[in-house]
Design a protein around this ligand. Structure first.
Ligand SMILES: Cc1cc2nc3c(=O)[nH]c(=O)nc-3n(C[C@H](O)[C@H](O)[C@H](O)COP(=O)(O)OP(=O)(O)OC[C@H]3O[C@@H](n4cnc5c(N)ncnc54)[C@H](O)[C@@H]3O)c2cc1C
Ligand SMILES: NC(=O)c1ccc[n+]([C@@H]2O[C@H](COP(=O)([O-])OP(=O)(O)OC[C@H]3O[C@@H](n4cnc5c(N)ncnc54)[C@H](OP(=O)(O)O)[C@@H]3O)[C@@H](O)[C@H]2O)c1
Length: 536
């Protein structure tokens, strides 16, 4: 048996850098791992090392030992998050640039995505769907700031060194599922357009547990694809990598928003003021005050007549990302099937209606019998309590109801004796009472111990789930005292924060605690997985 001799780890950290021997060994090991992926870097300068690990230069502990991440708040704007991370090691600043939703759409949680980028296990900078262009741009800047060429990244390559998962278990290894049906959950007159959609999993054999999410690879709207082809002045069947321009525009690239690379590319094809403008947009400036509204088509219309090479144009676009949706069914009641509850995103910018790519794909363009690429995204810390006797309180306004329908189906199927309390809220009782018959039936059967409905636009004043939680404070505290698990799902930006605030207030008032102790009580609930969130 031959033993492979490992070469000694070379020293990348300059002798003059003020590290202890342990720190030097740790850093050398880290950089050796990173640099083995790219031969173009041989050593780091003092300055580069300082930029990568400022905490270490100050004599601090390695980043891995620092668990505090005060920026880990999805409601905090990006500049504030970056300010909090200022002066921290690069891996921490990379994390602060993420949208902080731990939504898993990138295939990681926020910290793990940042760490994977840092050690170069992952090279795609554009995976944070909720962070969008701002996050991608900040990640690029953070790399540029280090000056370490080994870390230079292209926004597009689908390159990752992550191990390939089992089929259908990650975004990198999807399987085919058959779309079965959809029906609209709002009645005529609603301002919302929300769809119950169903897929057949029997052919692909995929399974899931309640709390998991379902990832789907969407296709762009054909009318938008046609408009882009017309603006390019290119033949739709122009060959690109064995496919046609139309096919690549349909399911290969994101058509919204226009990435910096596209403006960079346009700047090469233009001159004078137009060039300056395109360059400014590529650099993140907003010369005409319209940058936030520029999707790919609007960018082409802003710089008419550029006639780019179609292949180079496609190269300048971002890859189309999958989207994930909370699963709203239990396999135990629906063998071989999965359902989703999808709010179709449509909004107008000037004379054109913009479409959320995946939600309108599910809510309109996909037809029964169509097969699409899907995967199950395992929930991290979003699951029913192992003990079926535990009471649960579920707070899910709007599409936030989705995973709780699944929880209730599951508890029905296993005949869990634990009490179930659901808060559902939406705009109007007449139009937006999703799954009304089912929920009423669950209430009648006793499966739903309490059903609290909150209609924000039925009365003169807005009222939200958190208002009713405050009204119900005494009973909520009683349920908490009996060991209830609390769940919240839906809008991350405001609702989830407001609900948490309400819960803290309830604990303070009815648990007779100071505001600080009440906040600690809720923090402990979180630590013990008794307060779980699935927000987006
Ligand atoms: C864990 C998880 C679970 C989720 N579960 C669900 C679920 O159960 N149901 C559900 O419906 N969604 C759910 N989502 C959200 C879902 O993944 C998508 O983000 C959502 O459907 C929008 O995707 P899209 O492709 O249709 O829109 P995109 O093409 O991504 O467009 C959305 C973007 O359009 C812009 N936009 C939207 N509205 C406006 C406006 N009025 N004005 C200007 N700009 C606007 C915003 O920039 C927004 O980010 C979940 C997300 C996560 C992370
Ligand atoms: N970009 C935005 O501004 C925005 C806002 C909300 C949701 N979203 C996103 O839109 C998608 C789908 O939304 P949805 O269909 O699930 O419904 P939704 O738009 O989140 O609305 C569901 C219910 O929640 C209410 N609500 C609004 N703000 C709230 C708050 N701070 N606290 C508690 N409740 C609040 C709404 O009331 P009113 O509508 O009457 O205020 C409505 O009754 C999600 O992805 C969500 O994140 C985006």
């Amino acid at each position: 048996m031959s033993i492979t001799q490992r070469p000694p780890i070379p020293s990348f950290v300059p002798e003059s850098a003020p590290f202890s021997p342990e720190q030097r060994t740790w850093l050398d090991g880290l950089f050796a791992g990173m640099i083995s992926l790219d031969e173009s870097v041989t050593a780091l300068s003092d300055e580069q090392a300082a930029k990568l690990m400022p905490g270490m230069l100050a004599g601090g502990a390695p980043a891995e030992q620092d668990d505090g991440a005060p920026w880990h708040d999805p409601a905090m704007p990006l500049p504030d998050r970056m300010k909090l991370a200022d002066g921290k090691p690069l891996s921490r600043r990379l994390m602060a640039a993420m949208a902080q939703q731990d939504c898993g759409q990138c295939g990681y949680n926020c910290k793990d995505y940042a760490d994977a980028l840092f050690v170069k296990k992952e090279e795609r900078l554009n995976l944070c769907v909720p962070g969008g262009k701002d996050t991608a741009r900040m990640l690029k800047n953070l790399y540029a700031e280090t000056g370490v060429t080994a870390l230079a990244v292209n926004a597009n390559p689908a390159k990752t060194d992550a191990p390939v998962s089992a089929p259908g278990r990650s975004r990198d290894n999807p399987v085919l599922a058959t779309f079965l049906s959809r029906y609209r959950l709002n009645k005529k007159g609603s301002e919302k357009e929300t769809w119950h959609t169903e897929f057949d999993l029997s052919e692909c054999g995929l399974d899931y547990v309640v709390g998991d999410s379902f990832g789907i690879y969407p296709a762009n709207d054909p009318a938008l694809v046609d408009a882009i082809i017309a603006a390019l002045g290119a033949p739709p069947d122009f060959p690109i990598g064995g496919r046609t321009l139309r096919a690549v525009l349909t399911d290969g690239v994101s058509l919204s928003p226009a990435p910096d690379m596209l403006f960079q590319f346009i700047s090469y094809l233009t001159g004078g003021d137009r060039k300056k403008k395109a360059k400014a947009l590529a650099d993140g400036h907003d010369p005409d005050g319209d940058a936030a509204t520029l999707d790919v088509l609007a960018a082409l219309h802003k710089f008419p007549g550029i006639r780019p090479d179609p292949e180079a144009f496609i190269e300048a676009l971002d890859v189309l990302q999958p989207r994930v949706y909370s699963i709203s069914s239990s396999l135990k009641l629906n063998p071989g099937r999965v359902s989703l509850t999808v709010d179709a995103v449509r909004y107008d910018v000037k004379e054109r209606t913009r479409l959320g790519v995946a939600s309108t794909f599910l809510g309109g363009r996909i037809e029964p019998g169509d097969k699409i690429r899907v995967y199950v995204q395992k929930a991290q810390h979003f699951a029913l309590p192992a003990d079926p006797n535990k009471p649960i309180i579920m707070i899910g306004p709007g599409t936030g109801l989705a995973p709780f329908r699944a929880f209730l189906q599951e508890r029905q199927a296993i005949q869990a004796p634990g009490p179930n309390w659901l808060y559902f809220g939406h705009q109007r009782s007449d139009f937006d009472f999703f799954y009304e018959d089912e929920l009423k039936e669950m209430r009648t059967s006793g499966l739903l111990t309490r059903l609290t409905l909150v209609w924000s636009r039925d009365g003169k004043e807005k009222i939200y789930v958190q208002n009713r939680m405050r009204d119900d404070g005494r009973d909520l505290w009683d349920w908490l005292s009996r060991g209830a698990h609390v769940y919240v799902c839906g809008d991350a930006l405001r609702m989830a924060k407001d609900v948490e605030r309400a819960l803290i207030d309830v604990v303070a008032e009815h648990g007779k605690r100071s505001p600080e102790d009440a906040a600690r009580y809720v923090a402990d609930l979180k630590k013990n997985d008794r307060y779980q969130a699935d927000v987006y």
